[in-house]
Design a protein around this ligand. Structure first.
Ligand code: HEC
Ligand code: HEC
Length: 350
């Protein structure tokens, strides 16, 4: 009566033993192949199929964080005699649209973007287009206007170009506040010095022209989830600024803005986009940055009368995309590169 039952148990125990042995053998083989010990090849050396080596991109910091400019501690602002101005200035840089945008409660003079959409965290992020070198280097002679510019003129440049709007009066409460804030940020930098980590990262030049078609692939993969397929971003529901700012179209920067130069756009994006990237933990490559810059800056955007810019045309940066030029390179090459030949020709003619 018990006989078949015992037989069954014996069979099961035997099967279990076999399975354990099998797992052991497989485990040993896996161990061998991972430990790098060469297994004898059944196929022979000649027929061995080369295994593709998986390329794992290792994130690489763009610069050494040691010794980089950092903003003064915010609470220390209370020791300043003009603390109220500085605080209002920071508020205006962070929430420009609320005060000075299309429905601004002070004045409607700009396109709805905030300064800090481009000057990240109110202009304090290392290589995030920060204001670390402004107090120490202004006033200065700027070749774009051919005049000496103080900080208020430079702020108005961004109002008229990056924010596609109008200038603020120099003696307005708002201008005094923004200048006070930017001066305070740079107060510890010795006059004339440009500290490490200030401004925008310089992306190494490519040997080829930047390619808008490759750039569109980058855009679709890495940018459009926030900035939208049509580049218009996403406005805040209350109409005060953007959750995701626009990259082209009527609400974006105009073609006289800094970001319209390929090197400025590529440098900003390389170290700061997609959102969450930093210079220490960048998310796209040099090439992707140049190509996506070429794509975005090929799309429609507001135009500005630039006829008064660059009174000395030989001072135009190599990536200024509008002629006439003092060299024989085309507008196309000045817009998309390659920039090295232009630089070399300029160095030779000097
Ligand atoms: C669409 C992007 C964008 C917006 C918005 C913007 N800026 Fe700028 N700003 C730039 C770029 C690009 C530069 C040039 C940086 C460079 O050439 O290294 C710049 C340069 C500046 C500079 C000079 C920095 C230096 O080191 O020489 C100041 C000051 C400035 N902006 C202030 C402002 C203020 C204030 C606002 C808001 C009223 C503003 N910007 C809005 C993109 C922007
Ligand atoms: C996860 C969302 C997200 C992704 C993805 C993203 N961005 Fe942004 N981007 C933002 C936000 C938010 C800001 C504004 C930052 C702020 O105000 O602090 C911004 C700002 C910008 C700006 C400056 C402001 C403007 O509108 O001109 C540029 C240029 C830009 N992004 C380009 C890119 C590019 C190119 C990519 C793809 C490589 C990208 N971004 C991917 C969210 C994103």
């Amino acid at each position: 009566m018990m006989q078949p039952f015992i037989k069954l148990i014996t069979l099961l125990v035997a099967l279990l033993g076999l399975a354990t042995a099998l797992v052991g053998v497989i485990g040993f083989i896996v161990f061998l192949s991972y430990s790098g010990i060469q297994l004898p090849s059944l196929a022979g050396e000649d027929n061995a199929v080369p295994q593709p080596v998986a390329e794992v991109p290792i994130p690489k910091a763009l610069a050494d964080p040691a010794g980089m400019w950092r903003a003064p501690d915010w609470p220390s602002v209370d020791f300043e005699p003009n603390a109220a101005d500085i605080k209002y200035g920071k508020e205006l840089v962070a929430n420009t649209s609320e005060y000075l945008g299309p429905n601004g409660k002070v004045k409607a003079i700009s396109n709805g973007m905030n300064c800090q959409n481009c000057h990240l965290q109110a202009g304090t992020v290392p290589l995030g287009n920060n204001y670390g070198a402004v107090a120490s280097t202004y006033p200065k002679l700027r070749a774009r206007s051919g005049t000496e510019e103080d900080i208020t003129k430079r702020i108005n440049d961004c109002f008229e170009r990056s924010l596609n709007g109008q200038a603020l009066a120099k003696d307005s409460k708002e201008m005094i506040a923004m200048a006070a804030y930017i001066n305070w940020l740079g107060k510890d930098v010795p006059k004339g010095e440009i500290p490490a980590g200030s401004g925008i990262y310089e992306v190494p030049a490519m040997d080829r022209a930047a390619d808008p078609i490759r750039g569109k692939l980058v855009y679709d993969r890495q940018c459009q989830s926030c900035h939208a397929a049509d580049g218009q971003g996403m406005p805040r529901p209350d109409g005060k600024g953007y959750i995701y700012p626009p990259l082209w179209g009527k609400n974006s920067y105009n073609h006289g803005a800094g970001l319209f130069r390929l090197s400025r756009f590529a440098g900003f994006v390389r170290a700061n986009m997609p959102l969450g990237a930093t210079f220490e933990n960048p998310m796209i490559s040099d090439e992707e940055a140049w190509d996506v810059a070429a794509y975005v800056n090929s799309m429609d955007r507001p135009v500005k009368d630039l006829s008064q810019d660059w009174p000395d045309i030989s001072k135009k940066p190599v990536d200024h995309p509008f002629g006439p030029f003092s060299d024989e390179f085309t507008e196309e090459q000045h817009k998309f590169g390659p920039f090295k030949p232009i630089r070399e020709a300029r160095a030779k003619s000097k």
